[in-house]
Design a protein around this ligand. Structure first.
Ligand SMILES: NC(=O)c1ccc[n+]([C@@H]2O[C@H](COP(=O)([O-])OP(=O)(O)OC[C@H]3O[C@@H](n4cnc5c(N)ncnc54)[C@H](OP(=O)(O)O)[C@@H]3O)[C@@H](O)[C@H]2O)c1
Length: 312
């Protein structure tokens, strides 16, 4: 196991939703807080090579989480930015890390890289079997290119880069902004605001039929740190729970947990996104013994509670 105590570690995106949890889990795994660096976008725009070179200099490990991310709305509105920013950040940072002699690079990809009609549960070996769901393809493909880059750098330069594929995340501190949030925070906010206004109706995108899998952010962060310590192979690895829930059941569950009793109206003219999402999580268990621990209802209750306390 890699001993983190003396390692100089950069966590790009370390102030973000997942990043804060990763920094905390690194500390719990023995990393020294004084040796962890979190470059902020206002100081280091990682879309530029110069910033990537500065961030990679004199470091042992880079955990790359910085990304331009959002839900289905943002993916529809800004596909060009999502493609360019995520590709440029990742590809230049990997190259800068290789040139700077960084010992290990941990790249966090996305489930949006999987083909639209992947057989469920998604196995890592299915990643290249087809084109991703169109709405999130620019984001998914930009991130998937980084897997190819890391495998090529391993083959030619013996550079130790690993690639993880977390499923949809949720948890406290998530992004609740309507223009860019993912489904769980979007629903929590909508229901909260409907309750504040006394609305008797909740309007939800799509027809409720797609299924999704959700991983609590603390679990995802623990998986990333376990892989940082124990995983050194070129094969990508899913991080998930291997359970799926339909959007219809999810909406009903969140309404129940928030005591919202109004009517749910499905806006069927709005997109559903990918039809099904559920990961095979065998590889993470076999290669570095990762399993998610947080029960879904408990995780949702924590998230709802956090939002209620922090909503403006
Ligand atoms: N959320 C999910 O459901 C999910 C699922 C699977 C994978 N992931 C992956 O997990 C990672 C973290 O996602 P997240 O949800 O935690 O996102 P997030 O909260 O939006 O955090 C992303 C971070 O990236 C940084 N960043 C963005 N553009 C940058 C730039 N040009 N230069 C430097 N830093 C930049 C931001 O730093 P500043 O705060 O300094 O601006 C921000 O803190 C991403 O790689 C994402 O693809 C997320």
């Amino acid at each position: 196991m890699l001993d983190l105590r003396e390692k100089r570690i950069v966590v790009t995106g370390g102030a973000g939703f997942l990043g804060q949890q990763v920094v905390q889990q690194l500390a719990e795994a023995g990393a020294s807080a004084a040796k962890i660096t979190v470059p902020r976008s206002r100081d280091f725009d990682l879309c530029t090579l110069e910033a990537c070179q500065k961030v990679a200099a004199n470091q042992d490990i880079i955990i790359h989480l910085a990304a331009h991310v959002g839900g289905i709305g943002l993916n529809r509105e800004k596909p060009a930015e999502l493609f360019y920013d995520n590709l440029m950040m990742g590809t230049q940072l990997i190259h800068a890390a290789y040139e700077a002699g960084v010992e290990k690079f941990v790249c966090v990809g996305t489930i949006c890289a999987y083909p639209k009609f992947t057989p469920v549960p998604f196995k890592e070996d299915n990643l290249w079997d087809g084109y991703p769901e169109e709405t999130n393809a620019p984001y998914g493909i930009a991130k998937k290119a980084l897997l190819v880059q890391l495998q090529a750098y391993r083959q030619q330069y013996d550079f130790n880069g690993i690639y993880l594929l977390p499923v949809n995340l949720y948890g406290p501190e998530d992004n609740f902004k309507p223009e860019s949030s993912h489904v769980i925070p979007a629903l929590i906010r909508k229901i909260y605001e409907a309750q504040q206004r006394g609305d008797q109706e909740l309007r939800v995108w799509g027809d409720g039929s797609p299924t999704r899998e959700f991983l609590y952010s603390t679990d995802a962060a623990r998986g990333i740190v376990m892989a940082t310590q124990d995983y050194n192979d070129p094969d990508p690895v899913n991080l998930g729970t291997n359970t799926e829930i339909s959007i219809r059941d999810l909406v009903e569950l969140i309404c129940e947990l928030m005591n919202f009793e109004g009517k749910i109206v499905w806006e069927t003219d709005k997109p559903n996104g990918q039809p099904r999402r559920c990961l095979d999580t065998t590889r993470a268990k076999e290669r570095f013994n990762f399993e998610a621990q947080t029960d879904f209802k408990t995780g949702l209750k924590n998230t709802i509670e956090w939002y209620r306390q922090n909503a403006e």
